[in-house]
Design a protein around this ligand. Sequence first.
Ligand code: SF4
Length: 274
Amino acid sequence: MDIKSLKVKEIIARGYINPSKLPGYDYVINPYVGCPHSCMYCYAEFMKHFSNHDEPWGTFTDVKVRSYAVKPVPLQGASVFLSSVTDCYNPLEEKYHITRKLLEQLRYSGAKITILTKSALVLRDIDIFKTIQDLTVGFSMNTDNDAFRREIEPGAASVLERLHALKTLKENGIKTWVHVSPVFPVLTDWKALVEMIMPYADSLSFENLKLRAASLVRVLLYITQKYPDLKPLYHQIYNENDMTYWRTLRKEILAFCNKYKLAAAVYFKEKEEN
Ligand code: SF4
């Protein structure tokens, strides 16, 4: 979405740090409500129901400019993730610096901090990253093909911008990670992507494309119009709940990563397990 057309509202948060339901993380911080990246498959769209917005998801973002006074959370040894339902380095961060200010407060907390973004703006904060003892900065990437990226993640950084940012972080001694997500059946050339990022990523994880509600309709329509040959496969996975494709792919990915001695985890949640 064009950032100039985005409906932006400054709000007061009920605290920035919330308990996390994500496996492996104690707390999560989302400095923004909403996200201008407008990913076709967005997983965070459910947040609309909790944010008193009638507008379509992707057309608004609330900025948590400050927070009500809340009881401090002891963070020594805790794992903290930024961000789960927004991108903490979305274009509004360039103006508001909310993520930066939070990291300035967190850096001596003793927390283990993990950042995941699709934005090269993250490079702005390398000076702070260098002062945090336990920090990993990751990029979500799911393709090496920028034409495909433009269609599914129109507001996010290009493939080359993310690659360059990943490389710069690595060169600055920051621990890096690439979350290969979401893996689109057939359309994600994950081998080409891994070969491209391999020199710069300290670890990898893989997550499959999961679709529900509006994102299911959007993505299946896109496949029907743009890749009609793939319609039967997507129908098999997303309408018939047949997970054979993911089971096979999980084995292929693990075998490939073992071959190249890459630290990798595969989080292919299968629908029947949800
Ligand atoms: S970056 Fe994340 S939160 Fe933002 S639109 Fe994309 S999937 Fe949704």
